[in-house]
Design a protein around this ligand. Sequence first.
Ligand code: NAD
Length: 323
Amino acid sequence: MNLAIIGCGGMGGNHAQFATNCGLNLVACGDSHKKKAQALAKRFGAEATDDCMALCRRDDVDIVGIMTPTPTHSAYVIAAAEAGKHIFCEKPFGRTVDECLAAEAAVKKAGVRLFVGHVVRYFHEFEAIRAQIEAGKAGNVGFVKAYRGGIFPQGEDMWFRDYEQSGGVTFDSSIHDYDWIRYVFGDVERVFCQALQRDDAIDYALVTLRMKSGVIAHVIGTWAHPAGFRVKVEVCGDNGMITYDNAEAPISSMMRQVEGGQPTMIVPANPVETSPYQLEWVDFLAALEGKGEPKVTPEDATWAVRIASAALESAKSGEPVTL
Ligand SMILES: NC(=O)c1ccc[n+]([C@@H]2O[C@H](COP(=O)([O-])OP(=O)(O)OC[C@H]3O[C@@H](n4cnc5c(N)ncnc54)[C@H](O)[C@@H]3O)[C@@H](O)[C@H]2O)c1
């Protein structure tokens, strides 16, 4: 199958590699900065254009990959759907819930497939944590803490630094954790957020999610690191605690001592090598071949934007937002 990529920056380059690893043929690269399109096209022997709407309508394209800044996603999703193309769109699905709903409607009407790249569902470590929770290792979970932090990203024309476009760390980065927490613990009932959003490359958010199940989740997002990237997770239940810190061992479980004297247990995992970004393509392509449903549905992606939007609204108002 033939692929076109719109947005040839950081993620466009990554997805070009992972999609072609899966056997897709990259035929066209589009970017509003034509030089970016030309550079990526050259690497893969594809054509380059800055007319990305026309690229959506090319007869030789089966799948359109959308890896542009978030506020541009929905217009490209709609154009690609109307042209009958299947779509892989980076997260966040849109900058607003209305954009997501319009894009969902266009996809449904056209009868095409849309996949949104909520990649944390494909991280081996997060899958291992989910499997342990589902196996009851932590018992009845009461509390979850997720931390995701790194440098303030720049992006082409510094678009991440424009909070209107990116939504800052509260929206753009913590959305990974909102989605994973909803995936594992079900629907979110209420969102409360305190956020900084300073314009000197310091952005920090502390979000509390109250899940319908009663689970409380804290999501901490920071774009204030001087360097590096750190991810941490803590899941506490009445049997014990599951923790993950990407700076330490891949994963460990410390089970609470129980009657009968079982020893406290440390279980290191052994994550395999395939990139989670490639696993997204494997899952999406399997769905296109009629082999099941991908882990992320368009509705999931809209829910993630709904939670992220509620977090921004709460940060602004100082009040919790009920969904
Ligand atoms: N899943 C992840 O881990 C992850 C990581 C980083 C970024 N992202 C997401 O991927 C998307 C792209 O982020 P990035 O880091 O690659 O940004 P980037 O700035 O590196 O790349 C974006 C590219 O889109 C081009 N562009 C801008 N406006 C355009 C338009 N209207 N039409 C066509 N091209 C346009 C830019 O010239 C640039 O080359 C964002 O939605 C971001 O949130 C996801």
